[in-house]
Design a protein around this ligand. Structure first.
Ligand SMILES: [Zn+2]
Length: 345
């Protein structure tokens, strides 16, 4: 009896060690499957505009430019001035109305430079969390960063999504209203000439196989077996990754075809696998896959032209940075897309 018990305990120990080992291996695979993060400064969406602001705001331009440079958002200096125009018109000491963003009561900050420092830093953080989507970042500056995740699973920023978030928060807090649902429009009326979404050319020139690239950006990770730098675990990277330059750029279909899948790979876990993805059947045994999208612009069964935008680049699913994971499936087998579409810019 005692011996039997001892054996059982011994076996339990073994079982435990086995379970821990299995867990560790799964853990390693999980990290092995993580897509490479692309660091970089945020530029693209909503840049190139000019602030249309009062002289009271304009006098802060050198300070805004200084902190924008410090926090890596120099391309948004003019937009930040437009935001200041909306927040205070340059008339209050807390010019960016940034006290609340660090948990202080309104107008606690009395030094304009500190207000700019805090406000620009907060904007840079929100823009990063919004994956470079400037309208989503602006609305989140007003609503709080909780809006980012809320909007991401609802196809990104739109006035309707902002309104429903505001309604939800107002009823949660027992308030009459929550935030400014028109905040994006209110800021952008002081900001003209910007380009949004960053242009991917409508069509590229088809190659000898009649295909174009889904993006004109550079390939950050090729097809092939990838060894995880820390765990040493080998895993097949079954596609190629294109940089999106941290912007929700439109992604185009490489060839005419029909959408066969469009939506979340795993609707109960937005952080799993490919996240929001699109499959297009081009006929002749060729299917292409576009993964980690922030927004899908097509539906299953829809005929697609070559070069047509099928969605926006994102970082949904198992991904740690904004990029496009692109696959070519030929007769049911995932093969290297490079011979089909080339190797990026
Ligand atoms: Zn990938």
């Amino acid at each position: 009896m005692y011996i039997k018990l001892a054996i059982l305990i011994h076996h339990r120990k073994k079982l435990l060690i086995l379970l821990i080992t299995i867990f560790m291996v799964m853990f390693m695979f999980f990290f092995g499957a993580q897509e490479q993060q692309q660091e970089g400064k945020y530029s693209g969406d909503g840049t190139g505009g000019e602030a249309q602001v009062s002289a009271l705001v304009k006098r802060y331009e050198p300070l805004v430019a200084k902190y924008a440079a410090q926090y890596g958002v120099s391309d948004y200096t003019q937009l930040l001035l437009a935001k200041m125009m909306q927040e205070s018109g340059g008339r209050l000491p807390d010019v960016m109305q940034s006290s609340e963003s660090i948990g202080l009561p309104r107008n606690t900050i009395t030094d304009p430079e500190q207000s700019i420092d805090v406000g620009v830093k907060y904007f840079a953080g929100v823009l990063k969390k919004a994956g470079g989507d400037v309208k989503l970042a602006l609305q989140s500056y007003n609503f709080g960063t909780g809006f980012i995740d809320y909007a991401k699973v609802r196809g990104g920023y739109s006035k309707e999504v902002a309104q429903s978030f505001s309604n939800m928060m107002a009823s949660k807090m027992g308030w009459n209203r929550y935030g400014d649902v028109n905040y994006v429009d209110n800021v952008l009326r002081y900001y003209t000439g910007a380009t949004y979404g960053v242009s991917a050319a409508e069509t590229g020139t088809p190659n000898a196989m009649g295909l174009i690239q889904p993006l004109d950006t550079k390939v950050t990770s090729p097809f092939g077996v990838r060894i995880h730098p820390i765990t040493g675990v080998a895993k097949l990277h079954a596609g190629i990754d294109y940089s999106c330059n941290q912007s929700p750029v439109p992604i185009r279909s490489v060839k005419k075809g029909t959408v066969t899948k469009a939506g979340w790979q795993n609707p109960s876990n937005y952080n799993a696998g490919y996240g929001q993805r699109v499959y297009i059947d081009h006929g002749g045994g060729l299917v292409t896959v576009y993964a980690h999208l922030s927004k899908i612009q097509v539906k299953v069964g829809q005929p697609i032209d070559q070069g047509q935008s099928i969605g926006l680049c994102g970082t949904t699913g198992s991904s740690t940075g904004m990029h496009l994971h692109f696959e070519t499936i030929v007769n049911g087998m995932k093969i290297d897309p490079k011979p089909f579409v080339g190797g990026g810019a």
